[in-house]
Structures are given as C-alpha cells and as structure tokens.
Ligand binder design. Structure first.
Ligand code: GDP
Ligand code: MN
Length: 374
C-alpha cells in the first residue's frame, strides 16, 4: 500500500496535476484558435491589418486636408485625437492644413503635437479667397441682407461663402495638395465613433472608387434656390461629359427636372483627387463660379461635390462607407451589425439623428441603397 504521506504518492499527485493542467490549457487554446480563425474568415474583406511607419512610402498617396482658422486649434486637437486613436496611429497619413491667413506658431505647435505623421501648413492664395472680378459686390451684399432677414443659416456671412467656394473648386489646386492623389477631409470638432482597422484609401484605390461618403442629408433649399437651373444649363451645354451610367437619380427623382436636395455631407469625404482635377469637374466648377451663386446665394461645397459625383461618376465609383462611425455636430452616422462590436463603436445605432432640428433637414443616406442599377 502506498501511504498518502509517502514521497511516491506526492510525486504521482504532482505529475497528474501537471498533465491535467496541460490538457486543460491545450484544449482551451485549440478552442480559442478555432474561434479566432472561424471569425477571421467572416471578416475577410477588411482583414488586412496593415500599419505604415511615419514617413515611409504608403501604398496610396493620400493625405488629410484640413481647412482651419488659427482659433480652431483646440477643436482640431479633438478631431485629430479621434482620427489618430481610431485610425491614423497605425497608418500615419500626413496632414495638410490650409488657412486664408498665415498659421500662427501656436496653431502649428498645437496640431503638430497630436500626430507622428508629417504635417504641412499652407496659406491660401488671395485669388482663391476673394471676389472674382465678374461678381457684383453690391448685389452680393443686398442678397446677404435678404438671407439674414429670411434667417438662412450663415446667410449673412462673407467668409462662409469664400470657404464654400474654396472647398468646392479650389482646395485641390493649392501647391501643397499637388503631391497627393487622394484626400480625406477633416474638420474641427468632429468625432470618429468606431475604430477604422483598414485603410480606406487603399480600399478605394483597389476598387477604383473615386468618391467616398458616410452621411447623406437633404440641403436647406433656400441656400441653393437656383443651383439646379445652373446645373441644367451646364448639362445642356456639355452632354458629352455625362456618362450613361451616372447616379442622377440620387439628386433628382424626376429625371433632371428638379433637385431633391440630397447630398453627401462633405465635412467627411474621401476622394480620388483626379475626380476634382478632371476636365468635367473643372468645367463644372468654372461654370458655376461664373453663375455667381457662391456669392448671390450661398451654394455649399456639399451639393456642388455631390451633384458632380452624381453626374460625372458611375455608381460603382461612389462608395458609402457605411461601416465608418462619424459625428459632426448636427448629425451622426452609427454603424450597426457585426462591425459595431468589432470596431469598438461608442455610439447607439438606434440613435442616428443627433439633430439640430432645422426646417428642410433630413437624412437620405439609405436612399443610396435604392439607387437603380444602370
Ligand atoms: P459648418 O460645418 O458648415 O458649420 O462650417 P464650419 O465652421 O465647420 O466650416 C467648415 C470648414 O471650413 C472648417 O474646417 C472650418 O475650420 C473652415 N472654415 C470656415 N470658415 C473659415 C474661415 O473664414 N477661414 C478659414 N481658414 N477656415 C474656415
Ligand atoms: Mn463643420
């Protein structure tokens, strides 16, 4: 008989315990790796977990473009914190900051210190932020007064109009932007609500997508009362610039008679800059600029970009980044489904509309899915 106290018994007990523990760990490890591999199969399209060193060549020549005033640095730090934590700490895409005035040392220090990526600071040339010679400034002033009386949002602001014109047709002409093929717009005071674990620039490049968006809303129509009349004139003069497989339906439900106000909310936008540098877009912007609506009305860059994307791009060249959670004061987009948990979203998918309730506003993102195939 072996005594419970004997060294042999103790040895056997220890050996058994070790064998048991090993088995337990091994089984669990196998179960875990099965779980991971079965899950990672599901994530196939987005599995590419790459990361790029600061300053190293990237597979896509992309940048963030940030238009800002010196006093915006504090809310820009919030935006950059979001962008870096949710995405760019892995990818290190550079930032281009543009301003109609020289950037202060404070602005540069306070933004540079938010990222390991390269940063570039540029001033906008005067001719890109002033009245073109064909604009009647007295008429523009009268129109602003009318819009203030009618309580149109930003109706009295001159600088807002210069901003919209610049963002519509001029930002990509800045010398600092010439080195880039793709851009991602970043504004002060926004939030990214989920991790972005893949490279949207690369996603677009690999699929030949030229315009990416995440929120679609209806425009305040009193900011663009005659925009569609001008668009119709442009189409009539340039029918050869409109491909057959366009997305006109997105912006006009009556085959081009009227504008429904739907637009991609361009404070978030990722674009292939060759779209903006194309002959079609250049002619379109120059035409609209001559029409005067950037100053006599208050045409926004969002409807201008969106109408151009709908007219000049094929449906497949426009992509809804439905999986990117994003908030700009007024509206947010919160993804649902698998992506929500996986990407550590912090928003409520049922609470889509963090809304400033302004007349005429509403969401039209989902209507993109109804777009007929052409
Ligand atoms: P909203 O999003 O339409 O309410 O307008 P914002 O105030 O956010 O302006 C849109 C973008 O243009 C932001 O990136 C601003 O920082 C920038 N912006 C607006 N006005 C000016 C301006 O007068 N000068 C400069 N440099 N940037 C401006
Ligand atoms: Mn904004």
């Amino acid at each position: 008989m072996i005594s419970f106290r004997s060294p042999l018994f103790r040895f056997l007990l220890l050996a058994l315990t070790l064998v048991g523990l090993y088995g337990l760990i091994h089984v669990n490890y196998d179960a875990a790796s099965d779980f991971i591999s079965s899950n990672s199969k599901k994530l196939e399209p987005y599995r590419r977990q790459v990361s790029y060193e600061p300053g190293a060549p990237k597979p896509v020549n992309g940048c963030f473009a940030v238009l800002a005033r010196n006093q915006d640095w504090r809310s820009l730090r919030e935006s950059m914190k979001q962008m870096e934590d949710r995405f760019n700490h892995q990818f290190n895409y550079p930032y281009v900051f543009l301003n109609d005035e020289p950037f202060s040392e404070e602005f540069k220090n306070m933004t540079r210190s938010m990222t390991n990526a390269d940063v570039h600071y540029g001033q906008i040339p005067k001719e890109h932020w002033s009245y073109p010679e064909w604009i009647d400034q007295d008429k523009a002033k009268e129109k602003r007064k009318e819009m203030v009386a009618n309580k149109v949002m930003y109706g009295g602001s001159e600088s807002y109009r210069h901003m919209c014109r610049f963002e519509s047709g001029l930002f990509f002409k800045h010398e600092l932007m010439q080195q880039f093929d793709y851009y991602w717009r970043l504004e002060p005071g926004i939030k990214y609500l989920c991790d972005i674990t893949y490279d949207p620039f690369l996603y677009m490049k690999e699929r030949k997508i030229r315009y990416g968006w995440t929120i679609g809303i209806y425009e305040l129509m009193d900011t663009v009362p005659t925009l569609w009349e001008s668009v119709k004139k442009f189409i009539a003069h340039n029918p050869d610039l409109i491909p057959a497989h366009n997305s006109l339906w997105w912006v006009s439900r009556d085959n081009g008679t009227s504008y429904n106000g739907c637009h991609f909310w361009s404070n978030f936008e990722i674009a292939d800059l060759s779209f903006y540098r194309s002959e079609a877009y250049t002619k379109f912007f120059d035409f609209l600029d001559k029409e005067g609506g950037f100053f006599y009305e208050r045409w926004g860059d969002a409807p201008v970009h969106s109408i151009a994307a709908a007219l000049f791009l094929q449906k497949e060249e426009v992509h809804w980044f439905n999986d990117i959670g994003y908030l700009h004061p007024g509206w947010q987009h919160c993804p649902s489904g698998d992506a929500w948990a996986k990407n550590r979203c912090t928003c409520d998918p049922n609470d889509e509309e963090k809304t400033i309730t302004a007349a005429g506003w509403g969401r039209c993102s989902r209507e993109w899915e109804l777009l007929p195939d052409t």
